[in-house]
Design a protein around this ligand. Structure first.
Ligand code: SF4
Ligand code: SF4
Length: 432
């Protein structure tokens, strides 16, 4: 149990240095039919049917979009089950038992470069929509909506900051697949006719900078530069990344596109490559398993639909009884604590963190102002918290709780160990 002696930074370091573990052949996958955005769905297959990798098996229905559900392995359809997704909610999933043949559906064919070179924005948008590509940094926002922008875009910014502690999935992706990232960036730039691309990365990640600069040289015609940004949280927040990578400050409430900027997470960029080049939906992703509660933390390349229980087994399991540990899906600052490991890897699952619990004694607020000084969107978390306690909806609105990006900093810095972010999140819900 080497975990006992490590510092937080050691965990990130460890997972970035170890090679990626490939776990792409689970016995079964569980494909979520519902999400926090899509509560309704249609299912086109039934138990006993055989499906192929990349076959559409149903459709999710969101408030403003419909999203095909794809089989991520070939095999036999089994029952529906309920599991937990990356947002911590119960989602309905359909089970597929793997036949370990990876038989591709007939629609999965490569597009020649000569065809891609002539593609228009509309054609690319249609593919990204059809292949259900979403923001893989955790947002899950449909990527086609961004790519379909009608604004004039001068710069595409790829966010490779991955600023939360413990996370290393983007790091491993960049190390393993830099060519695919640059290809994806070239497709995005072609779609919106952007004249330059920027890949934003932490200046401390010298190994990644080397890889990216070498690739930028290979793709010289694209005019891509590497922005080396500060190693602090929340550097990866889009507004902060744009400001430091381009010098353009996007005012609160404005869409970056209005300012000529279009941003994608680095994993999303790779998925855009897979969709356009290979006509593939998101079938695999990198995921970090980390924390002092897991015996052997690792970065894993796995199939979408894999059970997190399987991944934890691959990491030699827990250091203690599961009920004595805390499980977080996503980063430690913005992730969601879950009560069970009955979790499924969806396209937006960046990480699984397991921690030994730390006992905090919450004290009364001492009005120290630390939460106010550290808030990146310059609102007043402590005042919002008081308004939430009073259930004063007008005050919550007036204090602009809706601007909160849920970065978790106000809780992190709170002198009295108050979960201030939870209060602000409650406030956001109260004002809709
Ligand atoms: S979580 Fe707290 S610090 Fe972060 S944006 Fe919201 S109010 Fe500000
Ligand atoms: S950081 Fe905590 S103790 Fe200090 S003002 Fe904010 S809520 Fe109060």
């Amino acid at each position: 149990m080497i975990a006992k002696t490590r510092k937080v930074s050691d965990y990130k370091q460890l997972n970035t240095e170890l090679p990626t573990v490939r776990f792409v052949d689970p016995e079964r996958v569980y494909l979520n039919l519902t999400t926090s955005r899509c509560k309704e769905y249609t299912l086109d297959v039934k138990a006993g049917d055989h499906v192929k990798l990349g076959q559409i098996i149903g459709e999710r229905d969101g408030c403003f979009f419909r999203q095909p559900v794809y089989a991520t392995i070939s095999g036999t359809v089994e029952d529906k089950v309920t599991m937990i997704d990356s947002t911590g909610i119960d989602v309905e999933c359909i089970t597929i038992r793997n036949d370990f043949k990876d038989t591709y559906h007939e629609s999965i064919t490569d597009r020649p470069d000569s065809v891609i070179e002539k593609m228009t924005q509309e054609e690319m948008v249609e593919i990204i929509k059809e292949k259900a590509v979403v923001g893989l940094g955790g947002s899950g926002f449909p990527s086609y909506v961004k790519l379909a922008t009608e604004e004039t875009i001068h710069t595409v910014v790829i966010n490779a900051i991955e600023c939360e502690p413990y996370l290393s999935s983007d790091y491993r992706l960049i190390k393993d697949q830099p060519d695919e990232i640059f290809q994806g960036l070239s497709y995005i730039m072609q779609a919106v006719n952007a004249k330059q691309g920027i890949i934003a990365v932490k200046k401390t990640k010298t190994e990644l900078i080397e890889v990216l600069e070498r690739e930028a040289e290979r793709f010289k015609h694209l005019n891509v530069s590497i922005a080396k940004l500060g190693d602090y949280y929340p550097q990866g927040w889009e507004v902060e990344t744009f400001k430091n990578a381009t010098g353009i400050k996007v005012p609160s409430g404005d869409l970056p596109m209005k300012h000529g900027l279009l941003g994608f997470n680095v994993s999303t960029t790779e998925s855009i490559y897979e969709a356009i080049k290979h006509n593939l939906p998101i079938t695999k992703r990198y995921i970090t398993v980390n924390g002092d509660g897991v015996k052997f933390p690792q970065s894993i390349r796995t199939r979408v639909g894999t059970s997190v229980r399987e991944l934890l087994k691959l990491c030699d399991g827990f250091v203690d009884d599961a009920d004595k540990l805390e499980l977080v899906i996503g980063g430690p600052m913005m992730g969601t604590a879950v009560k069970s490991d009955n979790v499924v890897v969806t396209p937006t699952t960046t990480s699984v963190l397991v921690f030994r619990p730390i006992e905090y004694k919450e004290e009364p607020c001492v009005r120290c102002g630390s939460c106010v000084y550290s808030c990146p969107v310059h609102i007043q978390p402590v005042s919002i918290m008081q308004a939430v306690k009073r259930n004063d909806v007008e005050a919550i609105k007036g204090l602009e709780a809706n601007k909160c990006i849920e970065c978790g900093l106000c809780s992190y810095v709170c002198t009295s160990k108050i979960p201030v972010t939870d209060y602000v999140k409650d406030g956001k819900k109260k004002i809709g």
